[in-house]
Design a protein around this ligand. Structure first.
Ligand SMILES: [Cu+2]
Length: 69
């Protein structure tokens, strides 16, 4: 397992946090996602053989938020 922290911009409430957490955890290969509204970030533990950071960021973008590199 690998752990990475990505930026997540555009969240404004706990609903956004749950939304982002849900889309990250829905990805095959993601083991855990800890999303922080205050820090505008998500720390994700994942299997690098099954999913990569680009896919994590894409999932955040697809959910309507921004994940700048
Ligand atoms: Cu919200």
């Amino acid at each position: 397992m690998t752990e990475v922290t990505i930026k997540v911009e555009g969240m404004s409430c706990g609903g956004c946090v749950r939304n982002v957490t849900g889309v990250l955890k829905a990805l095959a290969g993601v083991d855990a996602a800890d999303v922080s509204l205050e820090e505008a970030s998500a720390t994700v533990r994942f299997d690098p053989a099954r999913v990569d950071v680009a896919a994590l960021r894409q999932a955040v973008e697809n959910a309507g938020f921004d994940s700048p590199a």
